[in-house]
Design a protein around this ligand. Structure first.
Ligand code: ADP
Ligand code: MG
Length: 337
């Protein structure tokens, strides 16, 4: 790289805005490895995600927004575990050392890193097609992590926030003709951009749900596909779920620009929302609702777990239909953005 690998790291990654001090970080970037020291009684939670250009984000994506998305989707995994962020590492492959791109990318990362008290503690920088891998490290009181495997028949199914906005945003970004562009004002367009590039990582919600949710995950592939993971992980011997179509939390922007006939399907199958989907035993529902209300996070009961077969959608007439929609799966479909 024209700039030189070490100079590039020094200017854009090992900067105080990103590589700031953290109580649990003994040694950050600069040595052969970083050192973490968690308080006694805590467990380390780790999660890693790669985002590739033209697969996970459009070519020429705004680097300031892209950086935020890359870190937020990783933090969302910590949220789904009920973990608190500690630090992250970054492996980045860059086609060239473009100073203005790097500066914006670094600022975007710093913004999210600071908001979540999650400094950059190391990484790897290489030349190649644009690809960004982030590994986040979090902590959780021993034994208190939220897992996918704890759901039981009778538990209620809840989601945070709203569903489908990120999928609507992709339709907007890609110029899908099913989306009614004329219905959107500047504020709606901002809301869509934000849903895709700056999804909320529901860290405080995940922490608040420790001891209340029986199972949890963050939705990256769409509710239909992600809830299936909870059913499979929790199955003893088999679990199903009923989702009430009318209960799905849809934003005003989503209702405006997505045709009515497509709304439920898109809210169920659209990925990238990064909201939490959790199951809550009936005896804990009131406490969970109060906890999320206290955080100002929308928390909606969308159905329940039972011992029926698969996921069924219940319409307002009370009829149930088996769900045939699938979320996005990297190996069964090719998605190009
Ligand atoms: P090594 O050769 O020992 O693997 P590197 O040359 O890859 O080390 O990296 C030198 C130092 O710079 C390391 O501390 C590494 O963590 C840090 N580093 C490299 N790339 C990045 C990056 N993208 N972000 C933050 N730190 C980085
Ligand atoms: Mg290295």
């Amino acid at each position: 790289m024209a700039l030189g690998e070490f100079e590039l790291i020094r200017r854009y990654f090992a900067v105080p805005e990103l590589a700031f001090a953290h109580a649990d970080v003994v040694l950050g970037a600069g040595d052969d490895g970083a050192i973490l020291s968690l308080p006694p009684g805590f467990q380390l939670v780790m999660s890693i995600d790669t985002l590739n250009e033209s697969i996970h984000f459009p070519v020429n994506a705004d680097p300031f927004l892209l950086a935020q998305r890359c870190l937020l989707v990783n933090l969302s995994d910590l949220a789904a575990m009920g973990a608190e962020p500690v630090a992250f590492t970054l492996a980045i492959s860059l086609p060239s050392a473009d100073a203005s791109w790097l500066s914006d990318f670094s600022s975007g990362l710093a913004r999210v890193a600071q908001a979540h008290y999650c400094p950059l503690i190391g990484g790897d920088t290489t030349r190649g097609p644009l690809s960004i891998t982030i590994q986040v490290h979090g902590k959780v009181p021993a034994g208190n992590a939220l897992l996918r495997s704890g759901a039981s028949a009778g538990d209620a199914v809840y989601v945070t926030g709203e569903l489908g906005d990120a999928a609507a945003a992709l339709w907007w970004l890609l110029g899908d003709t099913r989306l009614d562009r004329s219905a959107l004002d500047a504020q709606n367009i901002d809301a869509l951009q934000q849903a895709f590039y700056q999804p909320d990582a529901r860290i405080t919600a995940g922490i608040a749900l420790r001891g209340l949710a029986s199972a949890a995950l963050d939705m990256s592939d769409g509710l239909a596909s992600d809830l299936q993971h909870i059913l499979e992980a929790s199955a003893r011997p088999a679990l199903g779920a009923v989702i009430e179509a009318d209960a799905l939390p849809l934003s005003g922007t989503f209702r405006r620009c997505i045709p009515l006939a497509e709304q439920v399907a898109l809210a169920l199958s659209g990925g990238d929302d990064y909201e939490l989907c959790v199951t809550v035993p009936v005896a804990k529902e009131i406490a969970a609702i109060a906890a999320l209300k206290g955080l100002g996070v929308r928390f909606t009961r969308i159905g329940y777990i039972d011992d029926g077969e698969g996921i069924r959608i219940q319409t307002s007439s009370g009829q149930q239909h088996p769900l045939s929609l699938k979320g996005y799966n990297h190996f069964s479909e090719s998605r190009q953005v």
